[in-house]
Design a protein around this ligand. Structure first.
Ligand code: GDP
Ligand code: MG
Length: 149
């Protein structure tokens, strides 16, 4: 349902991008969205909200039981996040490239996490952004965050 066609052979997909509470608090929403748009991706929906623990427990179900799970949910529900539906060719993989590796200290320069992130959260990596890790995850996450879309 998330896939659409843009001309012959061009596979356009959608991904969920979150600017996490640290990114919103640090005033980096514009910088993240600038990079998304500069890459040529399109914003389909945009929302500022503080996610409930219920939404986050479903969003992060794969991490339940891991040591960083509880701190992660607490951090993610600690303040507003910006949730964006982003559309473009291979944008799931493409946004993961823009975001960089999970750990800000070792994320490559040129990426959002590498350029702007820092390991100042002890219990959880406060790494500024989330991006769906596969088209299947994107479908699942978009249904959670934007059920009406
Ligand atoms: P992502 O897909 O790159 O965001 O990483 P994961 O899906 O593996 O983890 C989800 C989020 O949990 C990450 O973005 C971090 O905020 C946090 N996280 C993941 N792994 C660790 C870890 O080993 N330690 C800590 N403290 N936080 C982690
Ligand atoms: Mg992940």
């Amino acid at each position: 349902a998330q896939q659409s066609q843009e001309g012959p052979g061009e596979q356009v997909e959608r991904t969920l991008v979150l600017v996490k509470p640290d990114g919103v608090a640090r005033g980096l929403v514009g910088e993240v969205l600038r990079r998304v748009e500069a890459k040529g991706y399109r914003l389909v929906a945009l929302d500022l909200r503080t996610p409930t623990r219920d939404l986050l427990s479903r969003h992060y179900a794969e991490h339940e039981g891991k040591p960083f799970y509880e701190p992660l949910v607490a951090f993610m529900s600690s303040g507003p996040v910006v949730a964006a539906v982003v559309e473009g060719q291979r944008c799931v993989e493409g946004f993961r490239s823009l975001a960089g590796a999970t750990e800000p200290t070792t994320a490559a320069p040129g990426t959002i996490r590498g350029d702007l992130g820092r390991d100042w959260g002890l219990a959880v990596q406060q790494n500024l952004v989330h991006g769906s890790d596969s088209p299947g995850s994107a479908d699942r996450e978009l249904a959670l965050w934007f059920p009406s879309l």
